[in-house]
Design a protein around this ligand. Sequence first.
Ligand code: AMP
Ligand code: GLY
Length: 419
Amino acid sequence: MKVLVVGSGGREHAVAWKLAQSPRVKALYAAPGNGGMAGIARCVDISALDVAAMVAFAQKEKIELCAVTSDDPQAAGMVDAMRGAGIAAFGCTKAAARIESSKIFAKELMRKYNIPTARHMSFTDVKSALEYIDAQTPPIVVKADGLAVGKGVIIANTAQEAKAAVRDMMEGGLFSGAGKSVVIEEYMTGREVTVMAFTDGKTLKLMPPCRDHKRIGDGDTGPNTGGMGVISPVPDYTPEINERAAREIFLPTLNAMRAEGCPFTGVLYFELMLTKDGPKVIEYNARFGDPEAQVALTLLESDLLEIMLSVTQGTLEDAEIRFRESAAALVVLASRGYPGTPEKGKLITGLESVSPGTNIFHAGTRRENGGYYTNGGRVLGLCAVGDTLGGALDAVYGDISRVGFEGMQYRRDIGERER
Ligand code: AMP
Ligand code: GLY
C-alpha cells in the first residue's frame, strides 16, 4: 500500500517508523516530514495545514491511507477532505476534533453526559467572567477556548491573577483567536495520567497508560511545554482506577460523541487527574500525544497499518492489538530557549553511539550533508524499554550522555517519583 503521514513532529516520526515495519506498506510518504523521517519516508514539501495541496498530492500519487495524527490538520478538516476525495484517512473529522479544539465543546459534552471533570463555566464576555471569578475560591484555572499548542491554560493563585488572565486572553489577544472565549474552572488536585485509545467510533482499545512531564524544569518547575518526558506504565494508576475510568469516562465519552452526531475515530486521548473522588478529565486530545505516541508505539507489537485500516473500516473490534509488557521511558532533548524562542541550526553529535535498543525519534531536526542539525524547540526524543521502569530510565539516560548539541536542555528527573 501507499501511505502518507501528515506532519513533522516526533509523534509523526514514531508513526512513520512503525508503519514502515508493516510488510504491506510498499511506499511511505511524509508531508512535510523532518530530518529523521527522511531516512524512512519520502518527504514532500507540503504544509500539514494545506488541505487542498495535501489532497491533490494524495490523489496524484494514489495514496491508499493517509494518517492524520496532529491537532491542527484535523481541526482544519484534513480527514474530511481526504475521505471526500475517496482516500481512507486515519484520524477524526473536523466536527469530532472539537473535543480538543474547543474546550467549551468538551466541557459542555462532559456536563451533558455526566462525565467527571472539574466544575466550570464558559464565557464570551469579560464582565461576566470577572464577576464569576469573584465568587470562586483560588486557585482558579483559566483556559482559552481554542487550540493554543498546550499553552492556553493559566493556573491563577489569586482572583486578581485570574482576572488579569481573563483580560489578557479576551481583550489583550493572548493566544490570539483561541482566547476570545474562555473557560474558568475549579482547580483539581492529584496525580495526572494519560490514557490513549484507538477507536473506530464503536470500539475502544486502550494503549498502556503513561505519564507526561509538562514543565520545562526538574521538579515540575518553570513554564509548560508540549511535554518533556514520558514513562509507562504508571504504578499509581491501578487496574481498579482504570476500570472505573473506563466505566465513568472512556465509554461514556465515546457514546456521547456518537450521540452528538460526530462519532470519534482515530486516537482519543484522555488526560486524567486522579483525585480523591476518583479519576476526572482534565482535557481530551483528539490524537496521539506527542511525546506519548513515541512510548506507545515503541511498546506496540502489532502492525500499526492493520490497526489504522481497521479504524477507517469500522472493524477495530476484530483487530489484534498487543503491547509489550515492558516499561518504557522517553526523554526529550530540547534547544536552548524552548518553550520560548528556540535556537536552531546546531550540529547534533553522538547519535551513532546510542544503543541499538533505544529508539531515536526526531522532532525538530534538519538533515544536511549527511549530518543532523537542530531545527526547532523539541529536537529529539530518546525512548528505551526495560523489564522495570528503573531499567528503562537508566538505559535512556545512559544514551543521552552520549548525545549533544550546543544549548541542549533536558529534564534529569523523568520518572524519578515512579521508580
Ligand atoms: P491542559 O492544556 O488542559 O492539559 O492543561 C495543562 C495543564 O494544566 C494540565 O496538565 C494540568 O497540570 C493543569 N490543569 C489544567 N486544568 C486543571 C484543573 N482544572 N485543575 C488543576 N490543574 C489543571
Ligand atoms: N504531550 C501532550 C500532548 O500531546 O498534548
